[in-house]
Design a protein around this ligand. Structure first.
Ligand code: HT7
Ligand code: ZN
Length: 883
């Protein structure tokens, strides 16, 4: 397979000014006619190279005449046309495709009988020959012809400009998109769909029609999605001054979709799981995800569509920025502190681990084999952290100035990350020379902080050491500017006033935005070693470091356990208050793991339990925040901190601590269950969601004790649940232990929900993630169950992805988990390489385990790479994992 490098980027020789597409949709063949107005960008007569895969070329004309045979050639990937005019010309290409046989779910394909498209990143080349790259931006008009009974609804980008009936029971529609766009934003949908219709009046008074399309039976489940869309449109106007730019915005929900959703211009296509929700079938987490992703795709209209990427290496330009925007949107709609905790949790569990493994890559990768493999937590989540750092460094108003300048300079263009950075810095008149390294250097920096107080001088000094670890292909790294937000707590737990800080020889005054004193200082750490001294500090403070997780680093500090308990009780920064508890938990878990490995008895310090108890009892705290504080770090977060990951020991210790908490706080936890039951009618608002979160963590902890009385309680919670959040949480609590109650609850749940495919995915995931020994056989069995379908990505993510998330069974010592995953990957690769490659990624951390497991995992990876006809997608991940 061919590797593509950022350094080789060259602008295209030809511009495509206007593209007229005609689709004649059929059951056997679909005919695609593409008429393109081509503008040569130089007079050098360079060949025009068009991308195309799995296409049957029918005709190729230039200015109305067939291109002679000697003037073009093609292979399975490209069509190369020579002897072209040097002035503007018209090119017509007719191709034939078979969407009904397209199981890769990219290009034009069928989902539940309806036609739909997915073109990002490089799917348009499966529809017709084209310069399939984001820096070729054109105006598109699309005519769709299809059988009227089978496909009554015909949609594409832009405005509907014509429609009507044709002979033989067919009809047509013509859509015109007035905005230029790259072909990855093209979309087409045809099928039996109905819409929920509503509207939004923009800040300049334009009425925009909003439509959410689903099969008829799902329409009642689109209320929340519509509300989320309206909130997102309003939020973008209020926070960024960005208004929607067409009179119609469509969303279509499809059941078969490789990722979450796609921001095609004015015709977003969504995985059904991120649109459809009712209290009975969707959890609070589903409701939150829908709000976030509806926002995310809508926000792309400006960050991604109006200003797009020059090439796919710049993906984070749109994705990092848009994730940041959706995180801010969700924070404003709910609890800012809890949202930050959830986002950092994901970053630390998934991205830090990617950054420490064989697939580590910078936010802007230097090379790829298959671009689909770079839609990663690094590009998305770490990319969002990079955007957040601009905001932390420049302040909210400075960040907004930068965004305004970015749109002023680049509306309608395809640009690079440098251009975003330049807009941010120019708008604020700053230069931070080491900041661009965040785009180029992979690996999570370690920031080591030591502190000292000088009572005589009344100064408090913070010494920082920054190291960026080596990653594949990048052995030496430079220090990069990272904002370190710091607060200092006095002995009462109050924030001290911070007036000035010395950085080397210069003294900086610290003020808040309104010129008053501040209680959080943002230190600019940009050297390998650096010292900052706060002056006028009248007593020894407890430092609160890296407030709100101000930079994506691993923080190592000399803060003591006593300091951590103090911060857990008092820090005004909600994130750091939670983080203090997590740091204590991480230390405890690592200590107990090493005790267990030495065969020693395990015990949990009473101070830890008391810290938990006082957090839970503090009625001034948000209940969702308390639920987060009660939740221990994930097994994979702990595995990452160990020299040799020991999945059994980690699991046993985590379970042991939960049982200790449940034993010692039994009464408190029972009270929490009693006091936080849902009312009969579901209320998705924050207060009610928070109650459910707390109740369900408590129930899960209690059920771990496996006492008959508590299992009865969980069984009742399951039976009497008035919403899916409570029902599935109670089911999960019961399923932690094997036995009759578990089998019965699973069987009843299946009977109740077998006709709701999205609920069935929860049922599959719950069983797949089980830590019950030997679960691999159950999962193999479930692959044959009617609730499973290997062609549906959601089902694969639930069952196979769920299985890989259970470290105990996936990493079973006998290698059964590894063999199972390799079997599935090879089967899946023939159908859907994108999904297969996401699954094979579960192997990528195999070197973190003991020698026995390493040998078993390596053997399976070798079995995969030696397979004939393996896709480039799976090859890239598997071979990089082995390298
Ligand atoms: N921009 C979208 C990316 C996407 C995608 C990429 C590869 C393969 C399939 C895909 N479906 C959607 C989604 C987003 O980040 O907004
Ligand atoms: Zn996106």
């Amino acid at each position: 397979p061919k590797e593509i490098f950022l350094k080789d980027y060259k602008a295209p020789h030809y511009a495509f000014e206007k593209v007229n597409l005609k689709f004649v949709l059929g059951e056997e063949k679909t005919l695609v006619t593409s008429n393109i107005r081509v503008l040569p960008r130089s007079s050098d007569g360079a060949p025009l190279i068009l991308d195309g895969e799995r296409l049957n070329l029918v005709t190729l004309n230039i200015n109305g005449s067939p291109v002679p045979e000697g003037s073009y050639k093609f292979n399975s990937r490209q069509l190369n046309i020579t002897s072209l005019p040097t002035s503007p010309f018209d090119m017509e290409i007719v191709t034939e495709i078979e969407p009904q046989n397209n199981t890769s779910l990219e290009g034009l394909y069928k989902s539940s009988g309806n036609f739909c498209t997915q073109c990002e990143a490089e799917g348009f080349r499966k529809i017709t020959y084209f310069q399939d790259r984001p820096d070729v931006m054109s105006k598109f008009t699309t005519r769709i012809e299809a059988d009227k009974t089978l496909y009554p609804v015909l949609l594409s980008n832009g405005n509907l400009v014509d429609e009507g009936d044709l002979a033989d029971g067919k009809h047509f529609a013509v859509w015109d998109d007035p905005w230029t766009k790259p072909c990855y934003l093209f979309a087409l949908v045809a099928g039996q769909l109905v819409s929920r219709d509503d509207s939004f009046t923009t800040m300049s008074g334009r009425k925009v029609a909003l439509r959410i399309w689903t099969p008829p039976q799902d329409i009642p489940k689109t209320v929340h999605a519509m509300k989320s869309l309206q909130l997102a449109m309003k939020w973008d106007e209020e926070v960024f001054g960005l208004e929607y730019d067409l009179d119609l915005f469509n969303i279509v929900a499809v059941p078969d979709f490789n990722m979450g959703a796609m921001e095609n211009k004015s015709l977003n296509i969504f995985n059904s799981r991120l649109v459809l929700a009712s209290p009975e079938t969707a959890t609070d987490a589903d409701y939150a995800a829908i709000e976030g992703v509806i926002g995310h795709e809508y926000f792309h209209n400006w960050t991604g569509n109006r200003v797009t990427c020059r090439d796919w290496f710049q993906l984070s330009l749109k994705e990092g920025l848009t994730v940041f925007r959706d995180q801010e949107f969700s924070s404003d709609m709910g609890s800012r502190g809890v949202k930050r905790i959830a986002d950092v949790g994901r970053l630390r569990t998934a991205q830090f681990s990617q950054d420490a493994g064989p697939m580590a890559h910078p936010v802007r990768p230097h090379s790829y084999i298959k671009m689909d493999n770079f839609y990663t937590v690094t590009v998305y989540e770490k990319g969002a952290e990079v955007v957040r750092m601009y905001q932390t460094l420049l302040g909210n108003a400075g960040f907004r100035k930068g965004m305004d300048l970015y749109f002023q300079r680049h509306d309608g263009q395809a640009v690079t990350c440098e251009e975003f950075l330049a807009a941010m810095f120019d708008a604020n008149n700053v230069k931070f020379p080491t900041f661009p390294l965040w785009y180029a250097q992979a690996g999570t920096p370690t920031l080591t902080v030591t502190t000292s107080y000088d009572a005589g001088a009344q100064t408090f000094t913070i010494k920082c050491k920054q190291e960026v670890p080596p990653t594949p292909g990048q052995l030496k790294k430079e220090p990069m500017l990272l904002p370190l937000a710091v607060g200092l707590l006095d002995s009462h737990g109050h924030d001290m006033r911070l007036t000035s800080v010395k950085d080397g020889t210069s003294l900086h005054n610290l003020t808040s935005v309104d010129g008053d004193y501040t209680t959080t200082a943002v230190l600019h750490v940009d050297k390998a070693e650096q010292e900052f001294t706060f002056v006028n500090i009248t007593e020894k403070p407890v430092p609160s470091l890296l407030r709100n997780f101000s930079a994506p680093v691993r923080l190592v500090s000399d803060v003591t356990n006593d300091d951590l308990f103090f911060l857990l009780a008092h820090d005004s920064d909600q994130f750091n208050r939670w983080e203090a508890g997590q740091t204590l938990s991480r230390k405890l878990m690592l200590d107990l793991i090493s005790a267990q490995q030495k065969g020693e008895d395990l015990s949990v310090d009473s101070a830890f339990i008391e810290g938990m108890r006082s957090t839970v009892m503090d009625s001034s705290l948000d209940k969702e925040f308390v639920a987060k504080c009660l939740t221990l770090p994930t097994e994979s977060e702990i595995a990452d901190l160990m020299d040799v990951a020991d999945p059994d020991a980690i699991h046993n210790v985590r379970r042991f601590i939960i049982m200790e908490i449940a034993t010692n706080m039994r009464d408190v936890l029972l009270k929490m269950v009693e006091a936080n039951r849902s009312s009969a009618t579901y209320d998705p608002s924050h207060v009610h969601r928070a109650q459910r979160a707390l109740k369900n963590v408590a129930l899960g902890y209690l059920a771990m004790l496996n006492e008959p009385e508590i299992i009865d309680l969980a069984v009742n919670e399951n039976k009497n649940a008035t919403n899916m959040t409570d029902q599935v949480s109670a089911l999960a609590a019961i399923c932690q232990n094997s036995g009759d109650a578990r089998s019965k609850a699973l069987a009843e749940f299946y009977e109740q929900w077998k006709d709701e495919t999205l609920v069935m995915n929860k049922w599959l995931a719950l069983q797949a993630m089980s830590n019950i020994p030997g679960n691999v056989e159950n999962v193999r069995g479930l692959m044959e169950h009617p609730a499973f379908d290997i062609r549906n990505p959601n089902k694969v993510y639930s069952l196979i992805g769920g299985f890989c998330a259970s470290a105990v069974n996936f990493h079973a010592k006998d290698g059964s988990g590894y063999t199972f995953l390799a079997d599935v990957v090879l089967q899946l690769d023939k159908l859907n390489p994108q999904v297969a490659s996401r699954m094979v990624s579960a192997f990528s951390r195999w070197r973190r385990f003991d020698e026995g497991r390493q040998a078993l995992a390596k053997a399976q990876l070798e079995r995969i790479t030696s397979q004939d006809g393996l896709s480039d997608n799976v090859f890239e991940i598997a071979s990089k994992s082995l390298a």
